[in-house]
Design a protein around this ligand. Structure first.
Ligand code: GUN
Ligand code: ZN
Length: 489
């Protein structure tokens, strides 16, 4: 039986079932980071928030000899008093931070194996963004060789292969390809924490895509260090399935209150705009005084957002969720804009029809994968004779004139031309656009009109009628090269 089974898909996002030695986990999911030195919220208690799997740092346990021996003796599940699947991180990040206790790839892997980790992680080198290329390449060679060594050590447990390569997209691609060749149960995209911290979401999108395009599609992908819920819709839409969150605790320590569209300083709160068990039982002042309450709220909203993401996948409206969330913050909008540059990739994996209507929610909607898919399929219209294309709102005129034509098309932004017979069909007929549409949608629609004209050049004779709402659009001049163009009131 495969370890990862995909149940629903939308865009490149999926709801999946991951089978582990400690039971099944439904993805996408967030693994709260359990720090055995802190443990203000107990591992088993994470279940109530919706956690199905946890992550712990093997190095943090390993570097303290007493703790190390205790966990080896008991096993990680018994030590944390928890029956949920537990992934362990090798601690590559912490190792570079503390540097006090040296550990090799082999040692930390065998340690993870001995404590009964459900998913082990080799000792990769997290290369920072924007380093010199040579550095990124040298680090990558070490990481790949450690991945290969890891695969020979760990054969029965699940093992994650880590993708590095800094901000060099070709190195990310190469890294993903080489790791995929070795073959892992989970793939993890690493080295992105500084990008998350500096809100470089467009670069993050590039890195995820460069990796995903070279990883097997039927394997789960973990985005290391991404624990803020505002990023979940975007990252899941690109095919990330697993997330880890220390954010809930780190933000609480910094007196920060997480929401699905950003973070607020708890001291700036006048109200609690949330209905989680904490926010509905305590006052603003009580939250200001308690790191534990704040951490608990942060966990509630984190899991709430993941459930929202899953619901949107199941109903086919994940893009709409991305649009809403990414409009909360300009840096997130940069991320979403960057996603539209990969519409040609996402389109290949996205369903041809969806239950949910297409909602036009702003300029980024004009470049959705669904719109590009429509463009690719314009060649299915094989036209001959006289063809009328009307970009007009009034329908009476259309009825009068259509009698003389072999084919009649209307134009609906952002899709463009569609045969009137398909007025009710997906996607055009199932799309809702605002009464006044922006120029981006009109441009894409007219580009698609042009495409239809070019595809049928010399085979059909076109008349294109438009009304005042299209007046002055520069592409109308282009259309005049292929069609008789008329302006209607
Ligand atoms: N945690 C956050 N980023 C990373 C990474 O790049 N590698 C590992 N192993 N853990 C991480
Ligand atoms: Zn709350």
């Amino acid at each position: 039986m495969p370890e990862f089974e995909i149940l629903h898909k939308d865009l490149m996002g999926r709801i999946g079932k991951l089978r582990t030695a400690h039971g099944n986990v439904e993805t996408p999911t967030i693994m709260p980071v359990i720090n055995p030195n802190l443990m203000s919220i107990k591992a088993e208690e994470m279940k109530k928030y919706g956690a199905e799997m946890l992550i712990a740092n093997a190095y943090i346990i390993y570097r303290k000899v007493n703790l190390r021996e205790e966990v080896v003796k008991e096993g990680i599940h018994s030590f944390l008093e928890c029956k949920m699947p537990i992934m362990t991180d090798s601690g590559s990040y912490q190792l570079s931070e503390y540097k006090d206790v040296e550990v090799s790839n082999k040692e930390i892997l065998e340690f993870q194996q001995r404590i009964g980790s459900d998913v082990c992680v080799p000792l990769d080198i997290p290369t920072a963004p924007n380093v010199k290329r040579e550095r990124a390449k040298d680090d990558l060679e070490v990481t790949v060789s450690r991945m290969r060594e890891a695969r020979s050590i760990i054969q029965n447990e699940m093992l994650a292969g880590v993708v590095q390569g800094s901000t060099f997209l070709d190195l990310r691609g190469e890294s993903a390809k080489r790791v995929a060749e070795i073959g892992f149960d989970v793939y993890a995209i690493g080295g992105v924490v500084p990008l998350l911290e500096s809100y470089k979401f467009d670069t993050l999108v590039d890195i995820i895509m460069a990796s995903k395009m070279n990883l097997p599609l039927n394997a789960p992908v973990h985005l290391f260090g991404a624990g803020h819920p505002m990023l979940f819709p975007l990252a899941v839409a690109l095919g990330c399935d697993l997330f880890d969150s220390a954010a809930y605790a780190i933000y609480a320590k910094g007196k920060r209150y997480i929401t699905s569209d950003g973070t607020r300083k708890v001291d700036d709160l006048h109200y609690l705009p949330c209905s989680c068990p904490v926010c509905s039982s305590y006052s603003v002042n009580e939250l200001k005084e308690s790191e534990d309450l704040l951490a608990s709220h942060n966990l509630w909203v984190t899991f709430e957002e993941m459930r929202m993401v899953k619901q949107n996948i199941a109903e086919g409206s994940l893009w709409e969720l991305c649009e809403r969330r990414c409009r909360a913050y300009p840096a997130l909008l940069n991320g979403l804009k960057q996603v539209t540059k990969y519409a040609w990739v996402i389109e290949k994996y996205d369903a041809s029809t969806k239950k949910h209507p297409f909602f036009y929610l702003g300029a980024t909607s004009a470049h959705r994968p669904e719109v590009l898919k429509y463009f690719y399929r314009l060649n299915r219209f094989k036209l001959s004779g006289n063809v009328l294309i009307t970009a007009t709102v009034g329908s009476k005129e259309k009825e009068v004139e259509s009698g003389n034509y072999d084919h009649v098309f209307s134009v609906k932004p952002p899709f463009g031309p569609y045969p009137v017979e398909l007025a009710e069909s997906y996607p055009v007929g199932q799309s809702e656009i605002p009464a006044e549409i922006d120029n981006e949608a009109k441009t894409v629609a007219l580009q698609n009109v042009l495409k239809l004209l070019e595809l049928n050049k010399g085979k059909a004779k076109f008349v294109f009628l438009y009304d005042s709402s299209w007046e002055g659009h520069p592409l109308i001049e282009e259309i005049e090269k292929y069609a008789e163009v008329g302006r209607r009131k």
